[in-house]
Write a protein that binds this ligand. Structure first.
Ligand code: ZN
Length: 356
């Protein structure tokens, strides 16, 4: 899920209007069919028909979204006030809804998307010609459940909402290019776990060996398909100077779907939750809501301020990857507007990604 915060205002309507949401979850091809050899022999990606996409959109072998997604989240996406099904039944009807939202790319869209994907992958390989990216599959969807501007990824697939596909093939379409680079990073990160770990560490996040959510979060959690694993903790301080570990998470501000609030992103709240361990078993300490970022210190100092899109370490990394890719295209000129520490972060990202 990709979502840009432009405001620290907690008012739900105001905040939601300011959110540009792009959900991205990497889609892993099935292990049997994915491979570097495949990617090398092709353009590195392909656009799927509705029939092909039907299999991809309901499968998540890498991050296990479907095993985790909570009944409340499915009800919000399906706009159901009451649910009388078992989780299994609800999941099955949720997956059918995902399939019903699929569309096919028309000829002009194919041309435009291919042009941008060619450019995006060329930029990725300008960072490192040996970058390991599986073949990416592209899926078009109406955008009913997350919203019309939300991109996301599952395994090695990028799901593109129809209204966001550019219509002018001669335009630069830079916003779409940036988004595709961001999404490609989620796929790269998913298939390069050691580099993912090193990138996350560079911005202060360490993976906990286990994590039990609070009862509140178990019900309310919303899983970003691009950052399903919530076990990444960062050390922060509260206003009294107490230091502790916390995980970023998004959750629903309401305990059920409300007809008068139809948009998924109107439910979304981002906070940090304190975690602690007993005999090596980690759990969320906040009984209900967590901490807003502005009430804590030490967070921005570690992640730097190259992006405001901070709901999961993979999102922070994805936006920094876009900056790195553009620095290759623009001879580093786009780095001038960053702070010195921000530039150092991008340089370190390059070193980690290239593997030096
Ligand atoms: Zn993203």
């Amino acid at each position: 899920m990709f979502l840009k915060y432009h405001s620290s205002n907690n008012n739900s309507n105001a905040l939601m209007l300011l959110l540009l949401v792009i959900l991205t979850s990497l889609v892993a091809c099935s292990k049997s069919t994915t491979g570097k050899a495949t990617a090398a022999k092709t353009k590195g990606y392909r656009l799927l028909s509705v029939e092909e996409a039907s299999a991809y959109v309901i499968k998540d072998e890498k991050e296990l979204f479907f095993a985790k997604v909570a009944p409340l989240e499915m009800a919000i996406q399906m706009q159901q006030e009451t649910v009388s099904l078992t989780r299994e039944e609800q999941l099955s009807s949720y997956q059918k809804m995902l399939q019903k939202d699929l569309m096919s790319f028309d000829a002009q869209e194919q041309e435009i998307v291919q042009k941008i994907m060619d450019k995006a992958l060329k930029m990725c390989f300008s960072i490192d010609p040996k970058l390991q990216i599986p073949e990416i599959v592209l899926i078009k969807t109406k955008g009913a459940y997350y919203g019309p501007s939300v991109f996301y990824t599952r395994d090695n697939a990028i799901v593109i909402p129809a209204p966001m596909i550019p219509q002018n093939k001669d335009a630069e379409n830079t916003a779409f290019l940036r988004t595709m680079l961001h999404e490609i990073f989620h796929v790269f990160s998913r298939y390069n776990k050691l580099k993912r770990t090193a990138l996350y560490q560079r911005i202060g996040f360490e993976q906990l060996p286990s994590l039990a959510l609070s009862d509140f979060l178990k019900k309310r959690v919303l899983y970003n398909p691009d950052g399903v694993d919530l076990r990444y903790a960062i050390t922060v301080k509260d206003s009294s100077g107490r230091s502790f570990k916390a995980i970023p998470a998004i959750y629903s501000r309401y305990k059920s779907f409300k007809k008068e609030v139809p948009a998924f992103f109107s439910y979304l709240t981002f906070q940090l939750f304190e975690v602690g361990d007993r005999a090596g078993l980690w759990s969320v300490k906040n009984k209900t809501v967590g901490y807003s970022v502005e009430d804590l210190s030490g967070f921005w100092e570690q992640i730097e301020k190259n992006t405001n899109y901070i709901i999961h370490p993979d999102e922070i990394c994805a936006d920094n990857f876009v900056i790195l890719a553009f620095s290759k295209l623009k001879n580093g000129k786009n780095l001038d507007k960053l702070s010195e520490n921000g530039r150092a972060l991008v340089r370190d990202f390059e070193r980690i990604i290239v593997g030096q």
